[in-house]
Design a protein around this ligand. Structure first.
Ligand code: SF4
Length: 156
């Protein structure tokens, strides 16, 4: 292996990837005021699912923030929940009500650039996400794909 390729290796290649399996705790979808980026295509797909126009979907389910358009939140005893977080269908669990159409920011968690940039940040994210370091091994190539698909890293 050349010097250059060794230098460009990501730290998570050491263990041949990282383990992750969601426990449906909902921590990543609640808390203090947050931001969930919604692209035009994602808004169009979600609007179609609810059989409404994109304009109505944007008005009902999104809000403008300093970082751009975000899904709205609702105030609950847990904090500010994503408007699509469902805490009733499975007792004791929190599931995404639009899972198949969830935005890229949600699909790429917890492999956001800021989290996978170092082992320290990955370990730190475990404080809020109990799914980190559990479940199947996600290979480095897949981690890089998810990392690079993160639309706008909200933790930066
Ligand atoms: S914080 Fe982690 S384990 Fe909990 S719902 Fe989010 S991804 Fe799943």
């Amino acid at each position: 292996m050349s010097y250059e390729s060794r230098q460009s290796r990501d730290w998570f290649e050491e263990g041949e990837g990282l383990r992750f399996q969601c426990t449906l705790c909902g921590n990543c979808c609640t808390g203090p005021e947050g931001y969930v980026h919604v692209s035009d295509d994602e808004a169009t797909a979600l609007a179609a699912r609810f059989q409404m126009t994109r304009e109505t979907f944007l008005a009902d389910f999104t809000r403008d923030t300093a970082m751009g358009r975000s899904l709205k939140e609702t105030s609950t005893p847990h904090g500010l929940d994503c408007i699509f977080l469902d805490r009733t269908t499975i007792p004791g669990k929190a599931i995404c009500g639009v899972y198949e159409l969830r935005p890229a920011q949600c699909r790429t968690w917890p492999f956001w650039p800021s989290i996978v940039q170092s082992r320290r940040n990955w370990e730190s994210a475990k404080r809020t996400c109990p799914g980190i370091d559990t479940g199947p091994l996600i290979p480095p190539e897949q981690i890089r794909i998810l990392r690079d698909k993160t639309p706008r890293d909200p933790s930066r």
